[in-house]
Design a protein. Structure first.
Length: 166
C-alpha cells in the first residue's frame, strides 16, 4: 500500500465499495427479471435507483478527499454476487427462487452495511464531517433496504415458497 495510514485505508476501502456498488448496479436488473413476486421486483427496482444515488455520493466523497473516483476489484462482493447468480440459475422457476433472491440480496446489504459503517467511523476519526454525513445517509438507506427485505421475506416470500413446495 502506498499510504499505510488511516487516510490511505479509507481511500482503499472507498475504492472497494465504489467497485461493489457499480457491480451491484449491473446485477440488480438480472435480479428484477428473475424475481417472481411483483413486490420483490419493485424492491429491486427501488434499490437500483438508490444505488445510482449512492454511487454519486461516493464520487462526492472522492472529490472531498481530492482523489478521482476509481474502483478497486472487490473479491468479496464478486463472490456474494456469484452466489446470487447461482441461485438464479439453480432455482429458476422454482417455488423457492424468491426466497433465495432475498437471501442473496441481504448478503449484499450486510456487506454494504459493514463497509459503510466502517467508512463512516473512519471519516469521523479523520474529521471528514461532510464525508461522514454522506456515508451515514447511505448506511441508513442500506439498513432500510435490509429491513424491507426482511419484511418481504417474513410477510410473503418465505411463506409463498413453503406453500408452493408443499
Amino acid at each position: 500500500m502506498k499510504n499505510p495510514t488511516l487516510e490511505g485505508l479509507f481511500h482503499e476501502t472507498l475504492r472497494d465499495i465504489y467497485y461493489a456498488e457499480r457491480r451491484i448496479l449491473k446485477t440488480l436488473p438480472k435480479m428484477m427479471r428473475a424475481a417472481q413476486s411483483e413486490d420483490l421486483k419493485a424492491a429491486f427496482e427501488k434499490h437500483r435507483g438508490e444505488t445510482e444515488v449512492q454511487i454519486e455520493r461516493l464520487a462526492q466523497i472522492f472529490e472531498i478527499i481530492g482523489k478521482r473516483p476509481q474502483a478497486k476489484t472487490c473479491p468479496a462482493i464478486d463472490g456474494i454476487i456469484d452466489e446470487g447468480e447461482e441461485v438464479m440459475e439453480s432455482f429458476k422457476g422454482a417455488p423457492a427462487l424468491d426466497a433465495g433472491l432475498v437471501a442473496a440480496a441481504q448478503a449484499v446489504e450486510h456487506y454494504e452495511m459493514a463497509r459503510y459503517g466502517t467508512l463512516r467511523a473512519w471519516a469521523a476519526c479523520l474529521g471528514m464531517t461532510d464525508a461522514e454525513q454522506l456515508l451515514m445517509q447511505t448506511l441508513q438507506e442500506e439498513e432500510a433496504t435490509d429491513e424491507a427485505l426482511t419484511q418481504l421475506a417474513d410477510t410473503s416470500v418465505n411463506e409463498a415458497a413453503l406453500d408452493k413446495a408443499a
